[in-house]
Ligand binder design. Structure first.
Ligand code: FE
Ligand code: FE
Ligand code: FE
Length: 164
C-alpha cells in the first residue's frame, strides 16, 4: 500500500516547485529587461527582478517554518513558459512586435505564479500556518501588481506599436 500523503506533503512539494520556478525567473528577468525596447518595460522587468530576490527569501523563510531545507524541485511548466519567452526574444528581435510579445510571455509567468501562490496561501491557511499565509500574501500582491502593470504597458503602448 502506498504511504499516506497529506496536505502538508502537497504544500511542501508545491513550495519546492515554486522555489525552483522563482530561481529560474530570477535568471530570466535580466534577459527580458535587456531585450525590451521601451524604457518603461525595461524598468518594469528590472524592478520585478529585485522583487523576485525578496520572494526567494520569503520562500526560504517558509521552508524554515516547515522545518525543512530550502530545496527546489524541477518545474517543467516554468521551463516551458520561459522557453516560449526565449522564442519571442529570438524570433521577434528588432521588430515592432517585440515588446507586445515580451509582455505576453511575462504575463504567462505571472499567471503561473499567481496560480501557485493562490493555492499555497489557501493550503497554509488550512494548515494553520498564519506566518506562512502572510509571507505568501506579500509575494502574491507583487505578482498581481506586476501582471496589472504589464497589462497597462500592453494597452497603453506596446500593442499599438506592434499593430502599426
Ligand atoms: Fe515571483
Ligand atoms: Fe510547476
Ligand atoms: Fe513574478
Amino acid at each position: 500500500m502506498a504511504a499516506e500523503k497529506t496536505l502538508e506533503d502537497l504544500f511542501h512539494d508545491t513550495l519546492k516547485d515554486i522555489y525552483y520556478a522563482e530561481k529560474q525567473i530570477l535568471k530570466t528577468l535580466p534577459k527580458m529587461a535587456k531585450a525590451a525596447q521601451s524604457a518603461e518595460l525595461k524598468a518594469g522587468f528590472e524592478q520585478h527582478a529585485e522583487e523576485t530576490e525578496g520572494q526567494v527569501e520569503r520562500l526560504e523563510q517558509i521552508f524554515e517554518l516547515l522545518g525543512k531545507p530550502a530545496r527546489g524541485k524541477t518545474c517543467d511548466a516554468i521551463l516551458g513558459i520561459i522557453e516560449e519567452g526565449k522564442e519571442i526574444m529570438t524570433e521577434y528581435k528588432g521588430t515592432a512586435a517585440l515588446d507586445a510579445g515580451l509582455v505576453a510571455a511575462a504575463q504567462a509567468v505571472e499567471h503561473y505564479e499567481i496560480a501557485r501562490y493562490g493555492t499555497l496561501k489557501t493550503w497554509a491557511s488550512q494548515l494553520g500556518m498564519q506566518d506562512a499565509v502572510k509571507l505568501i500574501d506579500e509575494t502574491l500582491a507583487q505578482e498581481v501588481a506586476t501582471d496589472k502593470k504589464l497589462t497597462q504597458v500592453a494597452e497603453s503602448s506596446a500593442n499599438q506599436k506592434a499593430a502599426a
